[in-house]
Design a protein around this ligand. Structure first.
Ligand SMILES: CC(C)(COP(=O)(O)OP(=O)(O)OC[C@H]1O[C@@H](n2cnc3c(N)ncnc32)[C@H](O)[C@@H]1OP(=O)(O)O)[C@@H](O)C(=O)NCCC(=O)NCCS
Length: 166
């Protein structure tokens, strides 16, 4: 099973919107279910508009089917945090546990090193055990815990802050 990774294009947006519109995928993301197509489109245009800040939207496919997505959003160039990037990831529910998330994380590291990024950071709900395991297996360290910083299943939850120095 070969996982191919490339930049997202506008033609991918309907599929990306359908992947996020699964309650189990949405459960741990910041967006509320259902996610309007215009929101997916808005994110795509924000990534394009921040190309000079090295924003990327990478997608993974298996046998030509788009199955996962990762966004990299470094802080603005010319600031003291320009070396820091935030990362967001999702994989289509039917393809969980097949290494797609890990492949996207490794690909992102290469892109970020090339872009001069030194630090990648992210936050995950304390309940998101699968994501926390993925990040740990990709070499991220737990750096802190933000009390009641997110909502999971309608309840306040802590966010785990994780980071990796490249
Ligand atoms: C979190 C998510 C991206 C993981 O993607 P994935 O493709 O299933 O992850 P992988 O198959 O690459 O697994 C990577 C690691 O996760 C862990 N993992 C895999 N299957 C697991 C399972 N059933 N239970 C717990 N951990 C598991 C393993 O540690 C694995 O590392 P390894 O390959 O070194 O053994 C995916 O489940 C998802 O999209 N979830 C919903 C959206 C989301 O939560 N995004 C992150 C918000 S912070």
């Amino acid at each position: 099973m070969e996982i191919e990774i490339r930049d997202a294009t506008e033609a991918d947006l309907p599929k990306l919107n359908s992947i996020v519109n699964n309650p189990e995928v949405c459960r741990f993301l910041d967006v509320e279910f259902p996610v309007e197509f215009s929101a997916t489109q808005g994110l795509y245009h924000a990534v394009l508009e921040n190309k000079e800040n090295s924003w990327f939207w990478r997608v993974a496919s298996i046998d030509g089917e788009l199955v996962g997505s990762l966004t990299i959003m470094p802080k603005a160039k010319g600031t003291k945090r320009a070396h820091v990037a935030d990362l967001g990831i999702m994989v289509a529910k039917d393809f969980w546990g097949k290494g797609v998330g890990k492949a996207l994380m490794l690909d992102a590291e290469e892109k970020m090193k090339t872009a001069g990024i030194v630090r990648i950071q992210l936050e995950a709900s304390e309940k998101n055990k699968r994501a926390l395991a993925l990040y740990e297996s990709a070499g991220y360290n737990k750096e802190g815990q933000l009390k009641s910083a997110t909502m999971t299943d309608g309840k306040l939850c802590d966010s785990i802050v994780m980071g990796k120095i490249l």
